[in-house]
Design a protein around this ligand. Sequence first.
Ligand code: ADP
Ligand code: MG
Length: 258
Amino acid sequence: MILEFRDVGKRFYKGAAEILALKNASFSIAEGEFVSVLGPSGCGKSTLLNLAAGLSPPSYGTVLYRNEPVTKINTRVGYITQRDNLLEWASTYENIVLGLRIRGTPKARIRELADKFLAMTGLTDFANHFPAELSGGMRKRVAMARTLIYSPELVMMDEPFSALDAHVKMLMHEELLRIWETDRKTILFITHDLAEAITLSDRVVVMSARPGQVKLEVPINLPRPRDPFLIHTSPDFIRLYEKLWDALKEDIRRGDNV
Ligand code: ADP
Ligand code: MG
């Protein structure tokens, strides 16, 4: 297993109030797997990623990365956070190569990698644009390129496409699947969109409302390569959608969005 959450709990304190964000959450991800975590707002999805990234420790339980407890910042994972955090004053190119510059990668190698990842994410013609001049989908592609360029073993994506309209989202799914099918990185993807989870994943982990617990794990045995524009009509897709919706629906009213 590349990543394993074992009976993980996480409490937050706000003044005297205690919030239990996660409760006995357990699941794991194998090398090369594409796993989505689906759950209502506030159920602790982002908290899970922060634990895996070593940004904060669990209150109890263990987070294991390649069988070792995560005790400090986990530099082997790439983390595409819920907000894209692009540097507004830097071009697409500069945003993408910043991490490599910090790591001291040689200039020629930076150039070579940047060209490759700009092309892979369809941003070659926008290399000199600033984030404010890009569409929402393009900004997400910059955030993806910026993370993928340093070749993390595990890529964690926190609701990366939730702000995009339905059609742009499908284009992004197409793009992400194409990239994933070429280099088969391990992906831990967070979403509250059922169709998105089914379209992309090998397995979907459904969380309950806060305190987040793993409620159900569903393998997605749809054949690959998948076509995000057509997959919705297959009877297997519909069957999986109903199964996931059944698990999720009762927790949505208990989520933090009402
Ligand atoms: P999700 O990503 O599933 O929407 P989060 O993991 O962001 O949920 O948050 C889970 C719960 O923990 C929420 O109730 C949130 O308000 C709370 N929470 C998250 N981070 C903090 C924090 N740093 N301090 C206090 N409460 C937090
Ligand atoms: Mg979140």
